[in-house]
Design a protein around this ligand. Structure first.
Ligand code: ATP
Ligand code: MG
Length: 465
């Protein structure tokens, strides 16, 4: 075995090799034992499980052993053998140990198990070393990989939408300005406005709230594309479901009508949940046992059931007739709050709901108008525990109707000329949707706060790490 090579702990635990020499490297989770023998639980992040290192105390330098404590990073050479203990299939009989980094028990914050998630948010730089965040981050990775796999296997192209944008017409949320202007000495026009003409891009620019408009440009050439990138919303809403920086997946398909769009969204979500059940079984079991005893059952149920497809108008009728006391008002023309969405999903239908045909007033300008003239071909996918997980629609493909909508909503047409051009030449029926990646990870992990499913959350007054 090469000096520098290391075996991943996941592979040693999974494999059936025995009585071979191995080297593992990782962080100490616990150390226990007596004067003769010491047991070190080592974790390298490749799995929720630790490997047990058995140390024959008499054969090691006592000073070295003293410096091995929770959090320390080690290299261990030794023999991989069948374990005598019941907790694990194999263990390592150590022959040599090197300490890469000690972790002083007097100061290391993750000394004990069972810290609250709130406490861990304050040490976001260290929390990946906990079982919980290890599990969440591995599941997050698996889902990201599965998203690319799903689309690649179905002939979609990954389109990179820009993060810096000059269009603020989408109306999806408040935007963060991007500027290199000197904030201590902002140039002004004669009228007293900030003169963005002198800014880096020669105009006002912001961080994107959605890659959809660009995704549409791609779909009307490549037929089916998707974006998957960071998205920014300066909304001062401190909820467990909103971040200021989150990741969004936005497929956009030419020749898709609303029904096709719903079929894709449902199939996509079920695929992703099924992928996690198959590939992240150990991590899901851990989260199920620790946080949410119904997690795996819920994931299986959603992966197998048919989603309800329901008109907004019918949804409002059900909510009004429910007799349930909601905090926010319910009525035709009003947007649904998460309590309403969750009532439909969790209480009334007990499975995911795709709500369609919303009043045009509460949806974006680009959604296709229905023949009733009052509703648009919007679809929101509503999930248990989450509420809205996907927002999408069939897009308005008709040039004149779209121009009319832009005027009606007081959007400046000269900011949208490039978008309108797609409808001028070779327009096509098309549809798409946006899946909030962290909402998906929330659902799959069963965590209850969105801050706990992204490595470094960005929320109001919080950008430390
Ligand atoms: P909500 O009503 O929950 O604020 P939205 O209507 O603003 O959602 P869309 O503009 O349709 O959401 O965005 C598409 C998807 O992006 C949503 O379905 C959701 O999954 C996700 N999303 C939206 N805003 C946020 C946010 N601030 N943090 C994390 N995910 C978000
Ligand atoms: Mg919103």
């Amino acid at each position: 075995m090469r000096q520098n090579s290391r075996a991943r702990i996941a592979e040693l635990l999974r494999g059936d090799e025995r009585n071979i020499d191995v080297t593992v490297k990782g962080w100490v989770r616990t150390k226990r034992g007596n004067n003769n023998v010491s047991f070190i639980a080592l974790n390298d992040g490749s799995t929720i499980h630790n490997i047990q290192v058995v140390v024959d105390v008499a054969h090691f330098d006592q000073e070295l052993l003293k410096n091995i404590s929770t959090g320390a990073c080690l290299r261990v050479d030794g023999r991989l053998v069948e374990s005598l203990g019941s907790g694990q299939p194999v263990e390592i009989q150590a022959s040599a140990i090197e300490i890469y980094g000690t972790a002083d028990p007097a100061t290391y914050p993750l000394q004990k198990k069972g810290h609250s998630l709130e406490f861990l948010r304050d040490i976001a730089h260290l929390r990946p070393r906990t079982n919980t965040f290890g599990a969440v981050l591995r599941i997050r990775h698996a889902l990201a990989f599965a998203i690319h796999k799903y689309f690649n296997d179905r002939g979609f192209y990954y389109l990179h939408a820009p993060l810096i944008t000059a269009s603020d017409a989408e109306g999806a949320g408040a935007m963060f300005t991007v500027t290199t202007l000197d904030l201590a000495d902002v140039p002004r026009t004669e009228g007293g406005e900030v003169d963005f003409g002198q800014d880096f891009f020669g105009k006002h620019t912001s961080l994107t709230v959605s890659g959809q408009l660009e995704s549409e440009l791609g779909a009307l050439a490549l037929s089916q594309v998707y974006t998957f990138g960071p998205t920014f919303r300066a909304e001062n809403s401190n909820t467990p479901r909103h971040l200021a920086e989150f990741w969004m997946i936005e497929p956009e398909m030419a020749f898709y009508e609303l029904e096709d769009n719903m079929d894709l969204a449902e199939d996509f979500l079920k695929f992703l949940i099924g992928y996690a059940l198959e590939h992240c079984a150990d991590d899901l079991q851990f989260l199920n046992d620790m946080f949410d005893k119904e997690l795996i059952e819920r994931l299986k149920a959603v992966a197998e059931c048919d989603f309800v497809r329901l008109d907004y108008t019918e949804g409002i009728r059900i909510l009004e007739a429910s007799g349930h006391k909601f905090e926010f008002p319910v009525g035709w023309g009003l947007d649904l709050q998460s309590e309403h969405e969750r009532y439909l999903v969790e209480k009334h239908f007990q499975r995911p709901v795709i709500l369609v045909n919303y009043p045009k007033e509460i949806k974006a300008f680009y959604m296709k108008l229905n023949s009733d003239g009052k509703t648009v071909r919007a679809m929101d996918v509503l999930f248990p525990k989450i509420g809205e997980i996907i927002g999408g629609s069939e897009r308005e493909a008709d040039y004149d109707t779209l121009r009319g909508k832009i005027a009606e909503m007081n959007i400046d047409e000269k900011d949208m000329w490039w978008y309108l051009d797609t409808r001028r030449w070779g327009t096509a029926p098309h549809s798409g949707f946006g899946l909030g990646f962290e909402r998906l990870v929330l659902f799959v992990t069963g965590m209850s706060n969105i801050r706990d499913v992204i490595p470094f959350p960005r929320t109001p007054k919080n950008a430390e790490f």
